[in-house]
Structure formats: structure tokens, C-alpha cells
Design a protein around this ligand. Structure first.
Ligand code: ACO
Length: 401
């Protein structure tokens, strides 16, 4: 095996690859994507099988440990997660510092970063046991923080976690129950929420995961690294795309306006949100499961003829038969149908990326852990091609201009 890094260092050369379109930054055993074939595997297991047969918490175990758990291992893991779902009482006071109308993602960036101030022991990243505790804390507390961001945004009282419920049930209850109300889980909607979490759990070296790895490569606190990942996820080209995709469908409004909108895309006035992917040059396998979940949720909540779903399905049909999209291999990604599904579950668009962050936390923390445990890991430090001024002498202010 040629050690390219050594070769390049000795020759004092490096590659110029804006956007890292063809540069691998690490070795990883967690997730495999074949973008041309539309394949996504976690630790070898196809995403559609996991979405159909597994549970989010089981997928969390798989991503962190490399194998599906036995019944005893799962029981222990479930206990480790539920043990950490509560937030410190002072966290509530921290929340009150945000403006009433703060975007829930802005709250997430700040609140998750603040966890590092509550758990000083998490800084000890050289201790494997401590790393695993940080992973458990992160997975356990994300739904609690996300539900609080939602409640705060709505101006409703916080709901504490209930550890006898499943991960998705507990999250939906914290979001949608009012304390006095006798909230009952709906199995179809709970299953849909769990599946949405599975679909977003990890996606190898995407922008936010690479951010987490880069932040972590300096030895930074894991909670601070996850906060960096959340900041990156927020952008409309990444996790913010589901919110933008729903806005786009609403803007199109009716099926007859699709040709005009598509022409605008081809004229490069805007992009089709929820379409295209850096790695997938085929149908995103997550989008297929998401489309099916979308139909199930809409049926369950009694939406029989959703105008936005009609627009989405027709838009997909039009785009997939149009030369512009065919040539560029642009297919729907996971975000194309997720906005409609999440809206039907009762979430406002401002929460869509927050839900993505809840799910992706396990991917971020598993990748962070893998990086810390990799003996060849170095601090991430990209090079640059300098295009600025040549060396010149400083002149005092009275001699300038
Ligand atoms: N609509 C219209 N045209 C597009 C789109 C789109 N959604 N995506 C790419 N293209 C076109 C580009 O204009 C470009 O055309 P050109 O070669 O004629 O100039 C070509 O396809 C390649 O596009 P790039 O921007 O080079 O592709 P890149 O891999 O950098 O971008 C990205 C990937 C950011 C996801 C892009 O497809 C996009 O902006 N999609 C819309 C936003 C979105 O849905 N993001 C979610 C991604 S999935 C996720 O984060 C879970």
C-alpha cells in the first residue's frame, strides 16, 4: 500500500480539491455508500432493512459498537440511554436566556455546546469509558433538548422525559403533550418518527460529520464538537434542505405551475430543493423509504388529498423525465418527502432540521469516537493555494493613499 500522505509530504506537494469532491479524509468502518447504485449500508446492513425491521436505538448500538446487540446487550444499552435523558435543573435557566422567537436550530447550537459546561468529565477524551458515557449522554439528551427548543419556540411549558417509553414515543410526548393532558402514543406515528430517525442516523463524511471530525481532531470537548456539527447541518445545502423543500412545494402550490418552476431551475434562477446529492448519482435509498413513510403518516392523520404531496409526486415525475436532471443525475434525496411527512406529524418547518440533528447525533458521535480511537489520526489541517498580495513593506498611515 502506498502511503500517499508520506509521498506528498516528502515531495512538498498537495492536491487542490475545493469542496473535497475527491479527497478521502479518513478510513471508516461505519457507513458505506455506493452513490451510483443507490446503496447505503450501516456496518454492512442495508438501510431499507434497518428502516423496516430495526429500531432507532438498535441502530444507535450498531453504529457505536459495530454489531447488532443481543437481547441482553440491548437491555443494558437502553438502560444506559434512559439513565441520561434528564437535563440539569440549571439548564432550564440557561434556556430562558434565548429570545422568545429564537429559531430552534439557534437554540440547539447554543444548548448542545453548553453541555460541555455541565459535564466537565467529558473533556477526558483519552478514557474509553468516558468516551462511551459522552456518547450515551449525547444520544439521551438530544431529544430532551430538541423538545425543549420546540416548547420554548411555542411558548409552552417543558415536559420532562419518561423513561418507560420508547425513544420516539418519549420524544413525541415531550413535544406534543401538555402536562395536564393524558397523552397516548399513536403506534403508526411513533413508528414513522423512529424510521425517520433511522434514515438520518449516519451518512459517512457529509459536511456536518466532517465538521465534527475536524473539530474533534484538535482534542476538543465532544459536546462542543457536536455543536459545531449542528451549526454546519443548519445550512440549506445540507440539513436545512427539508425546510426549504417544503417552502418550495408551497411556493409552487399547484401541479399546473410545475413546468414554469422547472424552467426557472433550468434557467439557473434557483435549485430544486430536496434534489441532487454529492454522492448519490441514483435514487437516494432513504428517499424511497421516506416516500412510503409519508404516505403512511398522511393516511393515519386523515389527509387524503394533500396538495403539497401531489405537487411533490408530479414534480418528481417531471424532473426524472427531463434531460436537464437526467444529464446531471439529479434524483430526489431524503429531504424531498421528509418535510411533508414531518408537517403531517405536527412539526412546524423550523423544527425539521432539529429532528435531523437528533437523529444524526449518533452518527456524529460514532464517527468522533472512531476518529479518536484511530492511531493514525492527526489534527485536520487542509492546505490552501494562496492568491493574495506578494510580500511588501509596511507603510505608516500618513503615507497611505
Ligand atoms: N437543482 C438544480 N440543479 C442542480 C441541483 C438542484 N437541486 N443540484 C445540482 N444541480 C446542478 C448544478 O447546477 C450543476 O449543474 P452544472 O454542472 O450545469 O453547473 C450540477 O447539477 C452539479 O451540481 P453541484 O453543485 O456541483 O453538485 P454538488 O455535489 O456540489 O451539490 C448538493 C450537491 C449541494 C446537495 C446540490 O445537489 C444541491 O444544492 N441540492 C439542493 C439542496 C438539497 O437538497 N440538499 C440536501 C442534500 S442531502 C442532505 O443533506 C441530507
Amino acid at each position: 500500500v502506498i502511503d500517499v500522505r508520506k509521498l506528498y509530504a516528502e515531495a512538498d506537494v498537495f492536491t487542490y480539491d475545493p469542496g473535497f469532491t475527491s479527497t478521502a479524509s479518513c478510513e471508516s468502518k461505519i457507513t458505506y455508500i455506493d452513490g451510483d447504485a443507490g446503496v447505503l449500508l450501516h456496518r454492512g446492513y442495508p438501510i431499507d432493512q434497518l428502516a423496516e425491521k430495526s429500531s432507532f436505538l438498535e441502530v444507535c448500538y450498531l453504529l457505536l459498537h459495530g454489531e447488532l446487540p443481543t437481547a441482553a446487550q440491548f437491555e443494558e444499552f437502553d438502560h444506559n440511554i434512559t439513565y441520561h435523558t434528564m437535563l440539569h435543573e440549571q439548564f432550564d435557566r440557561f434556556f430562558q436566556g434565548f429570545r422568545r422567537d429564537a429559531h430552534p436550530m439557534a437554540i440547539m447550537v447554543g444548548a448542545v455546546g453548553a453541555l460541555s459546561a455541565f459535564y466537565h468529565d467529558s473533556t477526558n477524551i483519552d478514557d474509553p469509558q468516558q468516551r462511551m458515557i459522552s456518547a450515551h449522554r449525547m444520544i439521551a439528551k438530544m431529544p430532551t433538548i430538541a423538545a425543549r427548543a420546540f416548547k420554548y419556540f411555542r411558548g409552552q411549558p417543558f415536559v420532562h422525559p419518561r423513561n418507560d417509553l420508547s425513544y420516539a414515543e418519549n420524544f413525541l410526548r415531550m413535544c406534543f403533550s401538555v402536562p395536564a393532558e393524558d397523552w397516548k402514543p399513536n403506534p403508526v406515528l411513533t413508528r414513522a418518527m423512529d424510521r425517520i430517525f433511522i434514515l438520518h442516523a449516519d451518512h459517512e463524511q457529509n459536511a456536518s460529520t466532517s465538521t465534527v471530525r475536524l473539530a474533534g481532531s484538535s482534542g476538543a470537548n465532544p459536546f462542543a464538537c457536536i455543536a459545531a456539527g449542528i451549526a454546519c447541518l443548519w445550512g440549506p445545502a445540507h440539513g436545512g434542505a427539508n425546510e426549504e423543500a417544503l417552502n418550495m412545494l408551497a411556493e409552487i402550490g399547484t401541479v399546473d405551475r410545475i413546468p414554469e418552476y422547472v424552467q426557472g431551475v433550468k434557467d439557473r434562477r434557483y435549485r430544486l430543493m430536496g434534489f441532487g446529492h454529492r454522492v448519490y448519482k441514483n435514487y437516494d435509498p432513504r428517499a424511497k423509504v421516506m416516500q412510503q413513510t409519508c404516505h403512511e403518516v398522511l393516511k393515519e392523520v386523515g389527509i387524503t388529498n394533500d396538495p403539497l404531496l401531489n405537487v411533490a409526486m408530479e414534480l418528481e415525475k417531471v424532473a426524472l423525465s427531463d434531460e436537464y436532471f437526467i444529464e446531471r443525475k439529479l434524483y430526489p434525496n431524503v429531504d424531498f418527502y421528509s418535510g411533508i411527512t414531518l408537517r403531517a406529524l405536527g412539526f412546524p418547518p423550523e423544527m425539521f432540521t432539529v429532528l435531523f440533528a437528533v437523529a444524526r447525533t449518533v452518527g456524529w458521535i460514532a464517527q468522533w469516537k472512531e476518529m479518536i480511537e484511530d492511531p493514525s489520526q492527526k489534527i485536520g489541517r487542509p492546505r490552501q493555494i494562496y492568491t493574495g498580495a506578494a510580500q511588501r513593506d509596511y507603510s505608516t498611515i500618513d503615507k497611505r493613499g
